[in-house]
Write a protein that binds this ligand. Structure first.
Ligand code: PLP
Length: 388
């Protein structure tokens, strides 16, 4: 048997090491506080669950769901988008249902890259962005995101020779893991850059709502309202706590939507229509649970930041996302993975090592605020003992 060479970069993975370390700590009797995964612990809103439950006994939801069957969902997503961001969207040609935004961003390179083409990715960045490029036999040019640049890429630093072979730039703000936000001015610069260099701009946007600024984050399509080169990926996982249901959507340039749809047509038959009905209820129904979700993460953020400060670990206050991106003390500056492995082994507290998100993530850890405030305080007390 032969496993394809393109699988090689997918086989070694910092997060798989962390999973093994968590399992070993659990087996050794440690009680685990897992702050390493960005999986929301909040329940899905009841009206969404009701819509899904009501669909279950309906036989019309039990068969394959073809593209025509996703029309109600596409219309709900288009309305939701236009109400929030003020850019009009054609639900027939510019919206595509996805089985999670990860599925969409990982399949997109297959639709765009020829073997050997470059994709410009954020470093640190979400691992499936790189995974999709590897599966498409593309090459990755990592754009380092540094604190001194507000964790935004310096587009002018990308070498001309790389640009000539590049077809795709992937950005994602509010950013996992650094929590950085991007302004409309930055998006205008990014869109102009992609237009100039004939690049597809993919914006992974699962934290659209999860900001603490009182308003949603900026959509890349606000800087490209004619959808010349941009495709944006939205997720139900964070705004509506539906991560396990695997439902998301892409909005953007019609040619890109068609190409991604063609890739998916070879792969899947769309998400279960009952879950689509739940997602429609979420997008079209009352949004108070979204505001509650934001308030919950804000309170957790404030508690965790205050607890970290009390133990002498000052970190920037995130304006968005469900994470804290914390620079490690100097003695751990180049060993975030070793730090996290030892921390979980000795204390049961699991954090995500910055190196797992890319080279430029080294020296940091990501703390996911996926437990109530009192648990976060316990975890930080244990981290303080470990550091002390
Ligand atoms: C940047 C980013 N993209 C995608 C995802 C996954 O979203 P989905 O559940 O829609 O696949 C996450 C989840 O943490 C994420 O942080």
């Amino acid at each position: 048997m032969q496993i394809a060479q393109r699988m090689r970069p997918l086989q070694a993975n910092v997060f798989a090491d962390m999973d093994r370390a968590k399992a070993a700590a659990r087996a050794a009797g440690k009680s685990i506080i897992d702050l390493s995964l960005g999986s929301s612990d909040l329940p899905t809103p009841p009206h969404v669950l009701d819509a899904i439950a009501a669909a279950l006994p309906d036989p019309s939801t039990h068969g394959y769901c073809l593209f025509s069957g996703t029309q109600d969902f596409r219309q709900a997503a288009a309305r939701w988008y236009t109400d929030k961001f003020g850019v009009s969207v054609n639900p027939e040609t510019e919206v595509l249902l996805l089985i999670g935004s990860q599925e969409g961003t990982a399949h997109l390179p297959l639709a765009i890259l020829n073997p050997g083409d470059f994709a410009l990715l954020m470093d640190p960045g979400y691992p499936s962005h790189a995974g999709g490029v590897y599966l498409a036999n593309g090459q990755i040019y990592p754009m380092p995101l540094l604190a001194e640049n507000g964790f935004l890429p310096r587009l002018e630093d990308i070498p001309g020779a790389v640009l000539e072979q590049s077809r795709l730039m992937v950005l994602s703000y509010p950013h996992n893991p650094t929590t950085a936000m991007a302004s409309l001015a930055f998006w205008r610069e990014a869109v102009a850059f992609c237009q100039r260099h004939n690049l597809v701009l993919a914006h992974d946007f699962p934290y659209a709502d999860l900001t603490f600024t009182g308003k949603p984050a900026i959509s890349a399509l606000q800087a490209d309202p004619n959808k010349t080169c941009t495709i944006e990926f939205f997720s139900m996982s964070k705004s509506y706590s539906m991560g396990g249901f695997r439902v998301a959507y892409a909005i953007g340039n019609a040619e890109l939507i068609t190409a991604l749809r063609q890739v998916k047509a070879s792969v899947d038959f769309n998400q279960y229509p009952g879950i689509q009905r739940g997602a429609i209820a979420a997008l079209s129904g009352p949004q108070d649970t979204v505001h509650q979700m934001i308030a919950t993460f804000r309170q957790r953020r404030d508690t965790a930041i205050a607890a970290l400060e009390r133990v002498g670990w000052a970190v920037p206050v995130p304006e968005a996302t469900m994470y804290i991106w914390a620079r490690l003390p100097e003695r751990f500056a180049d060993c975030s993975e070793a730090f996290c492995l030892r921390l979980v082994e000795q204390t049961g507290v699991a954090l995500a090592p910055g190196a797992g998100f890319g080279k430029a993530g080294e020296g940091y850890v990501r703390i996911a605020l996926v437990h109530p405030p009192e648990v976060l305080e316990q975890a930080i007390a244990k981290i303080a003992d470990f550091l002390g």
